[in-house]
Design a protein around this ligand. Structure first.
Ligand code: HAM
Length: 418
């Protein structure tokens, strides 16, 4: 017998990494004042239909839903936000604290097509801050996700968007539908349907044809009302204050309908198509919509399988990737570089160079592909002066260093970059 498709055993060899991820997450969540809550895996189907949205992929085609012995429709939770909000409302937690900072860790279930980093049972670190609508809370929550990725040593990028609110989104939606209607026959079948049911989702369709079509679509950021525009500006100012780099992406719409204003994703390019390591946003109308008090909220979830995979990939590539790529321009530099290469290797460094006299641009591409930590660029002029440029491939910072047989400047510079 085998495990179900998309359901994975986590064997003892891997458990250590899982514990590391979870332990680091708990530590950071506690530093930010978050408390753990544990909620059931099974809930009434209606909870997810009402929160995630009837016209989303999750509710339409991915939920594990069945009738129990009493004929009640139940669903295995596809995400953590709705159950946590249900518990928040049921136990009137807003009376306990003005702002409740809650997190939960555990398995979620979505009947998706399994692939690397995408399972049918997966685990989330899921976080919700309930009761405040100040943009500083958005920046704080994003900073927490950013810090977790950073402390795990993962390289991720942050994308930010605003989906507006109930005042400004309908206007944008209308403009978008009008735009999409004109291109209807060029959209994929799913997007033709989504144009009526959930037009914002067309913006992040994976089909190349749809992407081409929507490239000139009106931007949601241009349609924000004054309140939403100011909210976004303040989130951005606080992210700048915390020196957290991000890219505004007006095409980022989330797969769940409950979001208002700020949305964000932490992305990696190391996991193929499954690029989102974590994602979340604000959902100011949701608690009320589920029958609770009219309180705002914001949160995110990180996929634990993806975090563990990234750690594994990173460990693998760190063990084999060259520490240094020597890029030479011209024959004299190449001859000098060849000697330097051997000199470095004798000292235990993983170093490679191009031996085919490629252009600098191609050598840099090669270094990037190999995952080299640093590139030493030796040109004829530099060589005559006994100097070369050392470029850090991650930070892109460059410094000039002296060349000598003892590598007296190169070795400390490489050690400092480790
Ligand atoms: P989501 O974007 O659906 O958001 O999922 C969050 C993260 O869970 C994804 O970025 C990904 O890392 C992971 N994930 C999702 N589906 C799978 C899968 N099939 N296999 C492996 N990993 C997966 C939510 O779930 C929201 N509840 C997040 C949130 C919390 N928003 C506000 N508060």
């Amino acid at each position: 017998m085998k495990a179900l498709k998309g359901f994975k055993d986590i064997l003892p060899d891997e458990v250590g990494l899982w514990q590391l991820v979870e332990g680091r997450a708990r530590d950071i969540f506690h530093r930010f004042g978050f408390e753990e809550i544990k909620v059931p895996i099974l809930e009434k189907t209606e909870l997810f239909a009402r929160s995630i949205g009837e016209a989303t992929d999750i509710v339409e085609k991915e939920m594990y839903t069945f009738s129990d012995r009493n004929g009640e429709s139940l669903t295995m939770r596809p995400e953590g936000t709705a159950p946590v909000l249900r518990a928040f409302i049921e136990h009137a937690l807003h009376l306990r604290r003005p702002v409740n900072r809650l997190y939960t860790v555990g398995p979620m279930f979505r009947h998706e097509r399994p692939q690397k980093g995408r399972l049918r049972q997966f685990h989330q670190l899921s976080v919700e801050a309930l009761g405040a609508d100040h943009p500083r809370l958005d920046a704080e929550v994003i900073a927490m996700a950013w810090l977790l990725a950073g402390e795990l040593g993962l390289t991720v990028s942050l994308e930010l968007n605003s989906l507006g609110c109930l005042q400004c989104r309908p206007g944008y939606r209308q403009a978008l539908v009008a735009f999409l209607e004109q291109r209807r026959e060029h959209l994929c079948e799913d997007c033709q349907r989504r144009t009526e049911s959930n037009p914002l989702r067309v913006l992040d369709c994976k089909s190349v044809h749809c992407r081409e079509q929507v490239a000139a679509a009106p931007s949601i950021l241009d349609g924000l009302c004054q309140g939403c525009a100011e909210h976004l500006e303040q989130v951005r100012a606080d992210l700048d204050r915390l020196q957290i780099p991000y890219r505004l992406n007006p095409f980022m719409v989330r797969g769940l309908d409950y979001y208002t204003r700020t949305t964000f994703e932490l992305l990696t390019d190391a996991l193929g198509a499954q690029s989102a390591v974590g994602a979340g946003g604000r959902y100011d109308g949701l608690i009320k919509q589920l029958g609770g008090p009219d309180l705002p909220g914001i949160g995110f979830a990180m996929g634990m399988e993806r975090l563990v995979l990234l750690l594994q990939e990173q460990q693998r590539s760190e063990a084999v990737a060259p520490q240094l790529f020597v890029a030479c321009l011209g024959d004299a530099a190449a001859a000098y570089g060849f000697g330097l290469l051997h000199n470095c290797r004798r000292r235990g460094l993983r170093v490679v160079m191009d031996v085919q006299g490629r252009s600098l641009k191609n050598q840099m591409k090669q270094a990037d592909r190999l995952g080299a930590g640093q590139v030493l660029i030796i040109g004829e002029d530099e060589l005559n002066r006994g100097r070369a440029v050392l470029r850090d491939m991650q930070t892109k910072l460059e410094q000039e260093i002296g060349l000598d047989d003892d590598l007296s400047e190169l070795l400390p510079a490489l050690a400092a970059a480790q």
